[in-house]
Write a protein that binds this ligand. Structure first.
Ligand code: ES4
Ligand code: ZN
Length: 346
C-alpha cells in the first residue's frame, strides 16, 4: 500500500506537524543518486555498477555493518561544493517534512582522515545552512561528533583544529557529540575531551544505549554530563535508569527506522518508543541516517504511529518535545510551540 496516494488523515496530520530534527548525521543523508554524481564529479569509482545496486547493499545486520558502508560512501565528499550540495539536499527534504529547526551531526574525522581540510567541511555545511536560514527561515545548528572508535587524543586534535574556526561559525556550531561504534567504546574514554568542550561552553550530547548497555547511558550522564541521550532505547532494561530519565526529563533522540534497519528491534511493533513516552520520558522522533535507513523524519513518524498506534495528542507531544529538547533560544522555542498549538487546534 502506498501511503502517499491513499487518503489517510493521520498521515496528513503528521506531514503538516511543525517539528524539529535533533538526530541527523548529515553524512547519512547522502542519497545514492548524489553519491554517484559526486563520485563522477570527483573522478572516483564506486564499487557498485548502479544506484540500484548500491541501494540493494543497504541490508544491515548491525551498527558496524552499516558504518562500514557509511564511511566508504562519505569518501565522495571532497570539495566545499560537495558539502554544500549534501546539506542543501537535506534541507530541502526537511522543509518538505515541516522541519522548522534541525541540529545536524557531522563527523570531521571521517573527512580529515582522507586529507580533506576541516575548513572545507565547515564552509560547505555553513554556506548551505546560512542560505536556508535567510531564504527559507530554516533554523539550524551544527553538532561536531567525535568518532568513538578512535582515540581521545584524536578527538582532542579534532576539537583543537575546529576551535580555530569557532568565531567564524558561532551562529551554527554550538555542540559536540559522540558517535560511531558503541560497544567497546564507552563514554568514559572521552571524559576529558567532553570536560574541555563543556568548559568552552558547548552543548554536549552522546549516542548511548543504541547497541551499548544501560551502563553507557549512566556514564554519558554522570561522566560526560550530556544534556541529551542519542537513541537511549536500552534504558528500558534498567528500571532505575528509566525513572531517572523520566525525573530529569533528559531528552532521548530516538530513531525508529534506524533501530529497525540495524536490527536493534526486529519489528517496529516491538519498538519501545510508545512505552518510553507513556512512562513520561522526553522522547523525540528523528531520522538518524535517512538515506540509508529508508526515510526522513515524516517517514519515521508515520511508520511509528502506525506500528505503535500513537494518538494525535502523542504525536503533538513528540513534536513539542522536539522543540523543547532543542538548543534553540527560549524565545524561539516558545514561538514554535505556539505554532504547534495553533496547528493542533486547526
Ligand atoms: C550512526 Cl545510527 C549511528 N550510530 C552511531 N554512530 C553513527 N554515525 C552515523 N550513524
Ligand atoms: Zn546517530
Amino acid at each position: 500500500m502506498n501511503s502517499t496516494t491513499i487518503d489517510h488523515p493521520l498521515h496528513d496530520f503528521i506531514r503538516g506537524l511543525p517539528k524539529a530534527e535533533l538526530h541527523l548525521h548529515i553524512e547519512g543523508s547522502l542519497e545514492p543518486e548524489l553519491m554517484f554524481a559526486l563520485a563522477q564529479r570527483n573522478s572516483l569509482k564506486l564499487p557498485y555498477a548502479s544506484v540500484a545496486e548500491l541501494r540493494a547493499a543497504y541490508d544491515f545486520a548491525d551498527l558496524q555493518s552499516f558504518l562500514d558502508l557509511y564511511y566508504a560512501g562519505a569518501a565522495v565528499l571532497q570539495t566545499e561544493q560537495d558539502f554544500y550540495d549534501l546539506t542543501i539536499a537535506y534541507v530541502q527534504r526537511a522543509l518538505a517534512d515541516k522541519v522548522r529547526h534541525a541540529e545536524l551531526f557531522f563527523d570531521p574525522q571521517t573527512h580529515t582522515a582522507r586529507g580533506i581540510p576541516i575548513e572545507t567541511v565547515f564552509a560547505g555545511l555553513a554556506r548551505a545552512l546560512r542560505e536556508a536560514r535567510v531564504e527559507k527561515n530554516f533554523s539550524s545548528r551544527l553538532i561536531l561528533c567525535f568518532l568513538r572508535h578512535l582515540s581521545e587524543e584524536d578527538a582532542f586534535a579534532t576539537l583543537d583544529a575546529a576551535l580555530s574556526l569557532r568565531e567564524n561559525y558561532k551562529d551554527l556550531w554550538t555542540g559536540v557529540g559522540l558517535d560511531s561504534g558503541e560497544v567497546g567504546n564507552p563514554p568514559e574514554k572521552f571524559a576529558r575531551v567532553f570536560a574541555k568542550a563543556r568548559e568552552l561552553g558547548f552543548h554536549v550530547v552522546a549516542h548511548a544505549g543504541e547497541e551499548g548497555p544501560p551502563a553507557y547511558i549512566h556514564a554519558a550522564l554522570d561522566v560526560l554530563k550530556v544534556e541529551r541521550i542519542d537513541h537511549g532505547v536500552r534504558c528500558e532494561e534498567d528500571p532505575a535508569l528509566m525513572q531517572r530519565l523520566a525525573q530529569s526529563q533528559t531528552p532521548l533522540t530516538v530513531c525508529p527506522l534506524s533501530n529497525l534497519k540495524l536490527c536493534v528491534v526486529r519489528d517496529l511493533r516491538e519498538h519501545n518508543l510508545a512505552r518510553l513516552l507513556r512512562a513520561g520520558l522526553r522522547v523525540t522522533i528523528n531520522s538518524d541516517d535517512p538515506a540509508y535507513f529508508g526515510g526522513y523524519i515524516n517517514a519515521n513518524f508515520i511508520a511509528t504511529a502506525d506500528a505503535l498506534q500513537l494518538s494525535r495528542d502523542e504525536l503533538v507531544q513528540l513534536a513539542a518535545n522536539s522543540f523543547s529538547a532543542s538548543f534553540a533560544s527560549a524565545e524561539q522555542k516558545q514561538h514554535w510551540l505556539v505554532e504547534l498549538q495553533a496547528y493542533q487546534a486547526s
